[in-house]
Design a protein around this ligand. Sequence first.
Ligand SMILES: Cc1ncc(COP(=O)(O)O)c(C=O)c1O
Length: 431
Amino acid sequence: MANYSKNLEALKRAKQFIPAASQVYSKSYKYFCEGAAPVFADRGLGSHLWDIDGNEFIDTILGLGAVTVGYNDERVNNAIRLQLEKGMSFTLPSILEAELAETLAEIIPSAEMVKLVKNGSDATTAAVRLARAHTGREMILTCGYHGWHDWSIGLTEKNSGVPLAVQKLTQKFKYNDLAGLEKKLEENKNGVACVIMEPIQLEFPQSGYLEGVRALTHKHGALLIFDEVVTGFRFHIQGAQGYFNVTPDLSCFGKGMANGAAVSAVVGRRDVMRLIEEGVFISSTFGGEALSLAAALETIAILKKPESFEKIWEMENLLLIGLNETIASLDLGSVAYTCRLPAHTALLFKPVSETVSALDIQSYFQQEVLKEGILYMGVHNFCLAHSKEDMQKMIAAYSKTLKKVKEVLGSKNLENQMEGAKIRPVFTRNE
Ligand SMILES: Cc1ncc(COP(=O)(O)O)c(C=O)c1O
């Protein structure tokens, strides 16, 4: 087993001062097999990450999707360095704000105007507020995860602290189920401000689905918001809206836009975005922080090259084919399966009995695949620095580890084989 002694010592200290020892739940030790997994990153280069004990991993998570070009990319670093020489935050807006807004307007079909914020949650919250202001209505229909703010998280089991009145103003609808959405719109006739959704979930949209959502939403006088925090700059340069040719009224970008620097954007129709000049207040001190804008401009310039997304899709496809072949050759289809989210591939597990859950198997798999030098969490993100060699190593590692899964399930001793704690997610993301 790798040496995690520095990680575990640092975790002991961090637990005293940081809730969940991380600012981000899904990066916390609870998402890894505590005791048999790395906890703290030291550095990254390309597609690889080193923990503070010096263990090296091929990273398939990439800062939860934020890293799209690759860790520590010289081109993005240089753009940041150049800006650093000039300053980070100013009394006047940075000219980079205008450059980035113009760039986004050129690329993203729905982007007539742009407001830059910091996190995906800022962008989705801004979009929802704009929709409420534009329509004069309050109800929000959602599909997917949209961040930690009250209107969004109130619907989950982690809604402690969110006023009931706020919880009641958001309802969920099911992906790829137009009839279900129509019913919700009818039930809340003239009350729905917006339909906000991740344009792709664990499955592709059925033919006509996204067009259908847009038509129904507009028929009921609501705005359509695409939450492209995951799909944006990871799937296609124009986002899912460009790929599927369905333009929403507003859309939200974050994560992969700046190769890990903190910037996000709500973009959309000019008449709606102009409300920010009137009654809708969206403003934050670091909204125009210039290092992340420089990083975003360079990242987008790199991702814009036609070969960039080709490469990401090629890597994704190699892994998908390799995983499917491995699962078939091991006859493990009743235990493991892949999902093809565009430019992501998920390797997930099914419960095998009353006592062995999908998460039990995923925990054991993660523990063992870490020994092969792969940082795995279920869904794989890819960056331009991932190589065919990385994919070959991953497929070999997954094949070896899936064999172990088969043996352990056959001998019914998974519990005894756990060297660390099982994964303890906060909630099921795609419930
Ligand atoms: C689809 C989607 N929207 C919004 C968010 C919130 O983004 P952030 O965590 O940057 O606030 C996330 C984060 O995972 C996300 O996946």
